[in-house]
Design a protein around this ligand. Structure first.
Ligand code: ADP
Length: 171
């Protein structure tokens, strides 16, 4: 029997995208026919980049990966999945702390729309990386260059200069 075509979405804030996210994307596309990285437009705490900027930054990074595209969305993840005719939600798991929240989210999304969530485990090298931590550490002058792609690091430095503050997260 022919395997069903699988289009997945990978929803998140990606403010900014990290090596951990990129790792999930690269592992994910091996499981699916198509993967849409879905940048949430809903407001997050102390955003650094606009959703449009995030989409552009991620698009540059995944341009060479066949089957991967990037879009932004507003509202419920399951509604975006339906609009895109995606049959799977992809998420990454970093730690046991993630599991509880992700478990609730996956069951809620399944109850709402019957959609399955597939998880991939974080890479050993980046399992501790979160976008929030990157924003905080970089905002206080810490070196995050090994945790995010080079192009993102450069844009982050530029953005921090624009913001002109060492206490980014207090803004
Ligand atoms: P959200 O704001 O919804 O948590 P994020 O952009 O922070 O969105 O994360 C999106 C997804 O990527 C989540 O499933 C999260 O667990 C996963 N993720 C984030 N960082 C990593 C990482 N370092 N390794 C593996 N998965 C990660």
């Amino acid at each position: 029997m022919a395997r069903k075509f699988v289009r997945a979405i990978f929803p998140g804030s990606f403010d900014p995208i990290t090596n951990g996210h990129l790792d999930v994307i690269k592992r994910g596309i091996q499981l699916f026919d198509e993967l849409i990285v879905a940048v949430g437009r809903s407001p997050i705490k102390n955003p650094l980049f606009t959703p449009q900027q995030r989409v552009e930054m991620i698009s540059e990074l995944v341009a060479d990966i066949p089957g991967v595209s990037v879009e932004s969305f507003e509202g419920l993840t399951v509604d975006f999945a339906k609009a895109k005719q995606a049959n799977v939600i992809l998420r990454g798991l970093r730690s046991l702390t993630d599991v509880e929240y992700e478990f609730q989210l996956a069951l809620t999304n399944r109850a709402l729309a019957g959609i399955e969530t597939i998880f991939v485990m974080a890479s050993e090298s980046f399992g501790f990386t979160t976008s929030t931590m990157i924003r905080q550490v970089a905002g206080l002058g810490g070196d995050v260059s090994t945790l995010i792609p080079k192009s993102i690091y450069e844009k982050l430095q530029k953005r921090l200069k624009e913001k002109g503050s060492l206490t980014l997260d207090s803004q």
